[in-house]
Design a protein around this ligand. Structure first.
Ligand SMILES: *[C@@H]1O[C@H](CO)[C@@H](O)[C@H](O)[C@H]1NC(C)=O
Ligand SMILES: *[C@@H]1O[C@H](CO)[C@@H](O)[C@H](O)[C@H]1NC(C)=O
Ligand SMILES: *[C@@H]1O[C@H](CO)[C@@H](O)[C@H](O)[C@H]1NC(C)=O
Ligand SMILES: *[C@@H]1O[C@H](CO)[C@@H](O)[C@H](O)[C@H]1NC(C)=O
Ligand SMILES: *[C@@H]1O[C@H](CO)[C@@H](O)[C@H](O)[C@H]1NC(C)=O
Length: 332
């Protein structure tokens, strides 16, 4: 049995609490909630949290939004270019305005300072200070090659290094279907060193590197390949340092990958194409050896939409999607 709750305002809270106490835990474990974005924002692709606050999320029109609670919902937090005006950009879905409005995809906080690092699909790697607002550009090319589609992001908090992907050297965000059709393999895994302001290319020739995540001890990094339908493991330390191996292959296309709060497990958002041309959005949990531990469909909640992220935080999974006007919160 599935319950779909749409909670928009605090007035719904008593009903929610009532459900909480009325239904046995087995039923509660299938509860799904939508946190609505302010209209006309779309496409919460990835999430970050800081000191118990959030989620923060980047949306299609270039803003990063912060969830402030059921009363005020999501409010503007950051934007990535001084050229962005709310009049022109809020609600924008026209890719030709991408460089003017920006498009935050992967986001992550440097926990020591509260600065938010953002992989912007058009503007490269940028960082925003503790009060949000206008971000500062950091880097938009490596080894002479301009980024075409900055996408996933994770941070080594100890060494102050930002791992991120450039999903393609050829195709931009609006051209992903073309990249898939062409079997593109020009993506890169990169590392930006905050201290030295230098960028290192760790892997090249990747087939749609979309998501990236560090192991809890930073011994390796996992990178998804959306087009190749797999995850690669790149060793950072030990005898196999600087080499990679295919960790696991999926039936569908993996987008972002996120570590669980407890440690060495990772949630992957996988979109599985079905024979009837319907996409089955699927949450998959793997371990550091690539073993699939959990896999369940979100078709009841997302129908034919792709999902971009599954992130565990507190008692819920936060579900990202390029195709929705809400943040999905799934109690499991
Ligand atoms: C902002 O717009 C100006 C004029 O069109 C352009 O020269 C500049 O590169 C733009 N800046 C950014 C960060 O996109
Ligand atoms: C950081 O490096 C980039 C080039 O990779 C350069 O454009 C930028 O000016 C540098 N920033 C600082 C603060 O040195
Ligand atoms: C890998 O990518 C480089 C450019 O980064 C390219 O020159 C090379 O041909 C590619 N190798 C393969 C095997 O595709
Ligand atoms: C990995 O690469 C780094 C930087 O190039 C180098 O210092 C290190 O020795 C390499 N490690 C191994 C095991 O090859
Ligand atoms: C599912 O979505 C895809 C891509 O947007 C579309 O081509 C297809 O027609 C949709 N199928 C159904 C049954 O809605």
């Amino acid at each position: 049995m599935a319950i779909v709750l749409v909670i928009t305002r605090v007035t719904m809270l008593p009903i929610f609490l009532m459900l909480l106490f009325t239904f046995p835990p087995s039923v509660l474990s299938f509860t799904f909630m939508q946190l609505p974005l302010p209209s006309p924002a779309m496409g919460p692709e990835s999430y970050a949290f800081y000191r118990g606050e959030g989620p923060y999320t980047g949306v299609a029109d270039g803003r990063t939004l912060k969830y402030t609670g059921p009363n005020d919902g999501f409010l503007d937090y950051a934007y990535n270019t001084p050229n962005r005006s709310k009049a022109v950009c809020d609600g924008n879905t026209n890719p030709s305005l991408g460089p003017t409005c920006g498009r935050p995809l992967g986001i992550g906080f440097l926990l020591r300072t509260g600065e938010l690092y953002i992989a912007d699909a058009y503007l490269g790697l940028v960082v925003v200070g503790t009060n949000g607002r206008l971000a500062r550009p950091l880097v938009n090319s490596a080894e002479g090659q301009t980024f075409r589609l900055p996408d996933g992001l994770d941070i080594d908090q100890l060494r102050r290094q930002v791992y991120f992907t450039d999903a393609s050297a050829v195709f931009s965000l609006s051209e992903i279907p073309l990249a898939v059709a062409a079997n593109d393999a020009t993506g890169r895994l990169l590392r930006y060193d905050i201290e030295t302001n230098t960028t290192t290319v760790l892997l090249r020739n990747l087939s749609g590197p979309a998501g990236v995540v560090l192991a809890p001890d930073c011994r390796f990094v996992l990178v998804t390949e959306y087009i190749a339908k797999r995850v690669q493991k790149y060793w950072l330390t030990g005898p196999r340092a600087n080499t990679s191996e295919v960790l696991v292959t999926f039936q569908g296309m993996p987008d972002n990958i996120k570590r669980t709060p407890a440690g060495d497990y990772y949630w992957v958002a996988v979109s599985i194409p079905m024979p009837n041309a319907v996409t089955q959005p699927t949450a998959v949990r793997i371990d550091g050896f690539g073993r699939i531990l959990t896999s369940f469909s979100l078709s009841d909640q997302y129908y034919n939409k792709t999902i971009s992220e599954v992130q565990e935080y507190g008692p819920a999974l936060y579900i990202g999607s390029m195709d929705t006007d809400f943040v999905g919160k799934y109690y499991f």
